[in-house]
Design a protein around this ligand. Structure first.
Ligand code: NAP
Length: 251
């Protein structure tokens, strides 16, 4: 297993050659853009969406914070989608009616920590537990979850956003550990944590005032960059944390 040392430059496996079933989890800005980009660039994939708010007939209802919902997903995936060629978890939460990124220690609360960890850290690993059996040992596959650069402990120079930073860091550790287990059980699977860059979605809306226009991506741009990165990865790269430009991010 690599230690994320290389800048991504080459296409290992073009998306146009990918065949089979794919699942996007989370129907937010980047999740929906990824679904459209995949339909365009990977016509051999049948792409499904799991979301708390199904809109299309074949959207699958999923709440990552509900164990029964995860069990129903597992059963459906094994019956209808297996083997999965690609899973991309895009679910994440930064703010909401009862959640605001903390600027200082005094703003931390147990309830906010729990909410952030439930979606950003527990969600991705419980999703892997639910869907692991739907991946094929002998065929190449990608297991991807969106993380965030602010989840990097080594890169934390600014402070603030305690819950979100810590929950994304926890996700990184959980999925790095998963990658080590799957190296034995699913040797052809590449587990990746990806940072999409600051992207104009609901999640970033209250916080992007200071972002330079050329550093703020549309969801479509971000989805395109993330798929470019995936095309350059193979199972030998499993367990790494990459930015949208293919550069490794320190843990
Ligand atoms: N936008 C950025 O600038 C940025 C930067 C760095 C990292 N990220 C990461 O990128 C990912 C995608 O974010 P985004 O920008 O697309 O945000 P978004 O538009 O707010 O989408 C996030 C989605 O997460 C899903 N979600 C939340 N709680 C869930 C739950 N309990 N069960 C299932 N799904 C749940 C929701 O999808 P449904 O409503 O369909 O269930 C929601 O739409 C997140 O992990 C985020 O942390 C984003």
């Amino acid at each position: 297993m690599r230690h994320c040392p290389r800048d991504w430059t080459t296409v290992v496996s073009p998306l146009s050659s990918w065949q089979g079933q794919a699942l996007i989890v989370g129907g937010g800005g980047i999740g929906r853009a990824l679904r459209s980009e995949l339909a365009r660039r990977a016509p051999g994939l049948q792409v499904h969406l799991a979301t708390r708010a199904p809109r299309a007939a074949d959207d699958w209802p999923l709440d990552l914070c509900d164990d029964q919902s995860l069990t129903r997903l597992r059963e459906h995936a094994l019956a209808a989608w297996a083997p999965l060629r690609l899973v991309i978890n895009t679910a994440g939460v930064l703010h909401g009616p009862l959640l605001q990124p903390e600027k200082r220690l005094s703003a931390i609360s147990r309830a906010q920590l729990e909410q952030s960890f439930a979606v950003n850290a527990f969600g991705p690993i419980l999703l892997a537990q639910a869907l692991g059996e739907a991946l094929e040992r002998t065929e190449p596959s990608h297991w991807v979850s969106l993380s965030a650069r602010v989840g990097s402990i080594g890169d934390n120079q600014l402070g603030g956003w305690y819950s979100y930073r810590a929950a994304k860091a926890a996700q990184n550790q959980l999925l790095r550990t998963l990658a080590l287990e799957w190296r034995r059980r699913l040797p052809n699977c590449c587990v990746s944590l990806l940072h999409p860059g600051t992207t104009a979605t609901e999640l970033s809306a209250p916080f992007r005032g200071a972002v330079a226009p050329d550093r703020l991506f549309t969801p479509e741009q971000s989805a395109g960059y993330l798929l470019d990165v995936l095309e350059g990865l193979s199972a030998a790269d499993s367990g790494c944390f990459w930015a949208w430009d293919g550069k490794a991010i320190p843990w």
